[in-house]
Each structure stands twice: as C-alpha cells, then as structure tokens.
Design a protein around this ligand. Structure first.
Ligand code: RTP
Ligand code: MG
Length: 140
C-alpha cells in the first residue's frame, strides 16, 4: 500500500447546509489527512472545465450549474490508498445505493446533489489537484 493524495470537493448542497465540519470528521475518522483546503465559488467556465470529461452526458449542464451555484470547499486528502479510501467513505454516486455510514448515505439529497466529489484514479487525482492547488499550498 502507498500513501496517496486525492482531490475532494464538498459540493454546494453540503456547504449550504453547513455540513463541512461533519464531512471533514468522516474523512479524518477514516484516516485521511486534510493537507490543503479552501472555500471558493466556481464560475460556470471553471465548473465546465473541471467536469469536461462528462460534457457529452445528459446531466452535464445541470451539473455545472449546480457546482457554480454556491461555494464549494476544495481539499486534498492524503493517506494510505487515499483515492479508494475516499471513495469508500463517500459511498455510491446515488445516495439510494450508498452503504450505511457513508457521506452520501447520510447527507446527499439526490444523485446530482450528492454532497462530495472524489478523484477516481491516480492520473485524475494528480490532474484535479493541480487544477485547484499549487505545490506551495500542499502542506503534508
Ligand atoms: P464525482 O465525480 O462527483 O466524485 O462522482 P462520481 O464519480 O460518483 O460520479 P460521476 O459518474 O463521475 O458523475 C459526476 C457527478 O455528476 C452528477 N451526476 N448526475 N443526474 C444524474 O443522473 C447524474 N449522474 C451523475 C453527480 O453529482 C455525480 O457525482
Ligand atoms: Mg467521478
């Protein structure tokens, strides 16, 4: 096993409901360390660029509008197998399918407003971290 870093976003439905601390507690309880974090408001352009991989999907417009609707908290999580571990803590994309104890089971409102984003592989993690953070901002 290796120490990895992954990009996490606490989405607008969660920041709006003041859930940042509760979600961060879930990460920390799972052994993930928050090594960088900032609250920002994405423009539609930035949301579109971040989710470009989904641009042909029917939900792309709605997803970008949602992500740009209110502030998000972007963060880098570090730990043993952080990419997979974070996705386990997040739970399935659709909260109806998410396991008990996961963030999406406890907090997500719907498949779209599902409270958190997490990178899905080492290459996307590296790309997504550099989308939001410079090396100077990552303090292990
Ligand atoms: P994420 O990228 O946000 O960590 O989520 P994920 O891997 O579990 O899901 P993905 O398939 O990458 O989809 C990205 C985000 O798009 C929204 N979505 N809406 N209306 C829909 O059917 C639908 N499907 C996906 C969700 O916000 C999902 O997290
Ligand atoms: Mg994804």
């Amino acid at each position: 096993m290796a120490i990895e870093r992954t990009l996490s976003i606490i989405k607008p439905d969660a920041t709006r409901r003041n859930l940042t601390g509760k979600i961060n507690a879930k990460f920390e309880e799972a052994g993930l360390r928050i090594v960088a974090q900032k609250r920002i408001k994405l423009t539609m352009d930035q949301a579109g660029q971040f989710y470009e991989v989904h641009k042909e999907r029917p939900f792309y417009g709605e997803l970008c509008e949602f992500m740009a609707s209110e502030p998000v908290v972007v963060q880098v999580l570090e730990g043993e197998s952080a990419i997979l571990k974070n996705r386990e803590v997040m739970g399935a994309t659709n909260p109806a399918d998410a396991a008990d104890g996961t963030i999406r089971k406890e907090f997500a409102l719907s498949v779209g407003e599902n409270s958190v984003h997490g990178s899905d592989a080492p290459d996307t993690a590296a790309q997504e971290i550099s989308f939001f953070f410079s090396g100077l901002e990552l303090v292990g």
